[in-house]
Ligand binder design. Sequence first.
Ligand code: GLV
Length: 326
Amino acid sequence: MSKPRVWATHALFPGPRKLLEQQCEAEYWEGELRPPRAEVLRRVADKDALICLLTERIDDEVLAAAPRLRIVANVAVGYDNIDVAACTRRRVAATNTPGVLDETTADFAWTLLLAVARRLLEGDALARSGQWKGWNLDQLCGADVWGKTLGLIGFGRIGRAVARRAQGFGMRVLYSDAIRAPEEIERALGATYVALETLLAEADFVSLHVPLLPETRHLISAAQFARMKPTAFLINTSRGPVVDEAALIAALTEGRIAGAALDVYEHEPEIPPALRQMRNVVLAPHIASASLETRTRMAQMAVENVLALFRGEKPPHLLNPEALAF
Ligand code: GLV
């Protein structure tokens, strides 16, 4: 029997690549930038599996171009780039990589939070500039983090990992979510469930940890910024469109919030020039899960999902079990 044919839209890392090649005939996109849409449509035509990144939109057009395709394995936990319903209709399995990136992403949410509160990038720029004239009492005074109130919007695995770190900073932790967490989790993490309005009004740091869904698109818009404290900061490591970027720019411009630290944007890779010019904004290029260990584990997990399917097993992180009749 011939080996399943796989196209990965990235060269992947050596470990996952080796595993894949033991059992599949694999081709990779080796380009530095993401593959153009036409290339995706062309390369999937004769493939049994597609391993893709969140930068590829996998919709009915791609599926129609891939008549043999049996699985789309996303190398990401968020899968808003995949039309899962279309996959199900065409009996194509769709998988993601949950769990392996929680701690790494939580570390980065804290990296952003601390950087914006303590004006790290402004300090770095001054230190490098050759213009620093020495210690001064009121120089680059930021906001304290310890003892403040952290508001987590979304209290899944990543939100909880962020909450756990807040304990070391002696913070009060509030959270809002569509589903309330079990009491023992709330107790262990010292987190209090509140309505979104209460969280916005009371938090000094509002950090987003929801998936992008129709219900969470522009969850944070003008009305929400109006509720936040003028001293509060917004941290976003979830998905860009969860925040209404125009409303964020307005809130920052008018001083309705103190600052923002962002890893994700509404129209990636575009970052509005207004944001790029603000000194009270920390910007990262969607790297919250980007430790070498974690990105390797994510790629490994995507490969494992593919291999499981071709062994006749249910892929461990299957998003649409109804697509497969086992
Ligand atoms: C990264 O953004 C992911 O969803 O894994």
